[in-house]
Design a protein around this ligand. Sequence first.
Ligand code: RIB
Length: 309
Amino acid sequence: MKIVNLGSLNVDHVYRVDKMIVGGETKACRSLSDGAGGKGLNQSVAAARAGASVYHAGFVGTGSELLLRALEKGGVKQDLLEQKDMPNGHAIIQVDDAGQNCIIIYGGTNRCLTKEYIDRVLSSLGQEDMLLLQNETNLVDYAIEAAHARGIPVAMNAAPMDETVKRYPLHMLRWLVVNEIEGAALAGGGSFEETMANLTAAYPGVGIVLTLGSAGVMFRDGGRSIRMGSARVPKVVDTTAAGDTFLGYFLTGVLEKRDSAEALRRATYASALTIQSPGAADSIPTAAQLEQAMASGSLGELDTEDHRD
Ligand code: RIB
C-alpha cells in the first residue's frame, strides 16, 4: 500500500518582511533563504515522515539538487521522477512577522507533464494504493480520469484554487482536501457550515476535508461528520506548508486504517508543529517528533464533535 504523489516540486525563495508588501510599494526584506517546497514535495515529505511508503512522481529540472536532497532526507522514493533539461518550478514567498505568507509560483517543469508520462506513473499503482494530486501541475483532469478508469483511488488537494479546478472531474475523487477559501470558491458558501454542505452536495461519495486554519477542520465521509478545533500554538513562526503537513499526515492515517477522528487529530497536531518552524519541507515534523509533542500535552486538547447519520 503506497502513495504516489504526482506533484509539484518548487525551489522556495523566502523573503522575511515585517508586513506584506502592497501595490506600488518597494521595501527591503529582512532576510532571504532558499528551501525545498512545492505543495507536492511538501505533501510527499509529510506523508513519508508520518510513516507512509511514498513515491514522488513528476519532472525535475536543471539544478534540482536541493529538491532531491529534501526528498531523500524526507524518506520519499524517487524512482518515478524524471530529469528534464529545463528550469524547475519555483516560488517567491513573503513571510511576515505574524508568520503569514503570500506566494507566487512559477510552474517550470511542474507544468510540462505529458499523458505518456502520467500513464507510466499510473502503471506503478494498484487499487490498494492512492494517487495524490494538487493543482500545481498540468493535466490534472487527465490524471484523475485515467486513475479512475483503472480503479485507483485519488486524493486531491485543490490548491492553488483557480477556474480550472471547477472543470476537473472531482466527482471521481476518493478524497478532496481544501481550505476554507478554496472550498468557498469551488462550491460557494458564506459560512464554514454552508461551504461544507455545498461541497458534500456537489461531490456525493467523495470524502471531504475542509481545513479552517486557526478554526480547525471539518470532515465528512460515508455518513460521518467531524468538526475538530485547532491545537495550542504559543508562537506562529511561518504557516508555509501547514496545509501540506495536514494532508500528508491525514492521508497516511487513512492508509494505516486509523479511525478518521484519530487521523484528523494527528494531522492537526503535526501542522501545529510545522507552523512553529520556518520553511516548507524543512519544517515538517517526523512521526517521532509528533508522538513526543502529543505525549507532552503541550499542544492542548482538540474540541471534537463527531456525528454519524
Ligand atoms: O504550500 C506551500 C507551498 O506552496 C510552498 O512550498 C510553495 O512552493 C507553494 O507551492
